[in-house]
Design a binder for this molecule. Structure first.
Ligand SMILES: Cc1ncc(COP(=O)(O)O)c(C=O)c1O
Length: 380
């Protein structure tokens, strides 16, 4: 019985090997490893893809978050409202700029930040909101934007999992003051190492991120950055040229890959419609890009073991909410503080979804899940 992995990067590489190998070879031959032409070209291409005015390539999604927060003026003493149902980097970046993450609960249907909870959490110290478009599903941005406007807050989208997703027809990455993307290898648009980007429509904000990513270098009269002249203390968080070259190849395929993910998700919804499990919900005003296809099952450990015995790998994104992680214990949260987040963490299960997943593999996953649900339902 062949295995069905949660994600299959080898299968993807096989479909683009010649393009990728040529792109990498080109960078090596030109030795343009740092700030090479592929970086700027990728930034322009990704800007076009998102419909954003500016894209600044950086070393990871985590760096994107930290630099965006800092460039937006978030500083020690500020509070930043976000979710605990996300990857730890969302909140780590807030801590690294000296601010305090304020965790609020999610809407249990979309797993994204609940705007009513945001409204309740705003204090005079609140400086920013970081909605996370988790699993590729855009958050409820109109409600968040209304709150931000009313209270003079900054919105920084965590779009690490949502390349190309749209909210009311508008691409994520353009729905706040700045947005942060991750190109971690397993993401919908993944590099062959760490990489990320900040997008924004604000030219001054773009300039601040540009300076921060590269040691705060001064801008010379010709517009180029000075080599050994620094206006501020920055970071070494540039986007690597080799990664930019890989990303340029993959970006060309992303619209097809996204369409394929959407077709697979639709088929899962049909194949699993009558199975007693919780299926993802898609609000009419959002077009998710299905970074993950997440179901809910009460007996998760048994279902996961049943699928594993059939050679089917699944995942849990994420098993421990951030407010209950040791790393954030000093914030003083307790079990019970975020009921929807905590309930989700107990039951969520991510099924294999990637463009190369065949119809036959997907049918196998659905059959196994149906059998597992049946067996558990008939258990004495
Ligand atoms: C929601 C979310 N935010 C932030 C990150 C951090 O991105 P990176 O791993 O590229 O630093 C990730 C990805 O790992 C993520 O999934």
């Amino acid at each position: 019985m062949s295995k069905i992995p949660l994600i299959d990067l080898k299968a993807q590489y096989a479909t683009i090997k010649f393009e990728i190998d040529a792109a990498i070879q080109r960078v090596i031959e030109t030795t343009a490893f740092i700030n090479g032409p592929d970086v700027q070209t990728f930034e322009q291409e990704f800007a076009r893809y998102c419909g954003a005015a500016h894209v600044i390539g950086v070393a990871s999604g985590t760096a994107a978050l930290q630099l965006a927060l800092q460039a937006c003026g978030v500083q020690p003493g500020d509070e930043v409202i976000t979710v605990a149902h996300t990857f730890c980097a969302t909140a780590e970046a807030i801590v690294h700029v000296g601010a305090r993450p304020v965790f609020v609960d999610i809407d249990p249907q979309t797993y994204t930040i609940d705007p009513d909870e945001v409204a309740r959490a705003i204090t005079p110290r609140t400086r920013a909101i970081v909605p996370v478009h988790l699993y590729g599903m855009p958050a409820d941005m109109d409600a968040i934007r209304a709150l931000a406007q009313q209270h003079g807050l900054v919105i920084i989208e965590d779009a690490a999992q949502a390349h190309g997703a749209t909210y009311k027809g508008q691409s994520v990455g353009t729905l706040g003051h700045a947005a942060c993307f991750s190109f971690y290898p397993g993401k919908n648009l993944g590099a062959y190492g760490d990489a990320g980007a900040v997008t924004t429509n604000d030219p001054a904000l773009a300039q601040r991120v540009l300076a921060l990513r590269d040691h705060g270098r001064a801008v010379r009269p010709d517009g180029k950055r000075a080599k050994y002249e620094h206006d501020q203390v920055g970071y070494g968080e540039r986007l690597d040229t080799l990664q930019a070259a890989v990303l340029r190849v993959k970006l060309r395929h992303l619209p097809d890959w996204t369409a394929r993910r959407q077709a697979i998700a639709q088929r899962y919804l049909e194949l699993l419609a009558d199975v007693p499990i919780g299926l993802p919900f898609v609000p009419v005003d959002r077009a998710p890009v299905w970074h993950l296809f997440v179901i809910r099952v009460p007996h998760r450990a048994e279902v996961q073991a049943y699928l594993a015995a059939q050679g089917i790998e699944t995942g849990i994104h994420y098993p421990i909410p951030l407010h209950l992680q040791k790393s954030f214990a000093n914030l003083g949260y307790r079990a019970g503080d975020l009921p929807h987040t905590e309930a989700a963490a107990q039951e969520i299960l991510s099924l294999p979804i990637y463009p190369e997943l065949s119809e036959e593999q997907q049918a196998r996953v659905a059959r196994a899940l149906r059998a597992a649900a049946h067996e558990l339902a008939n258990r004495p």
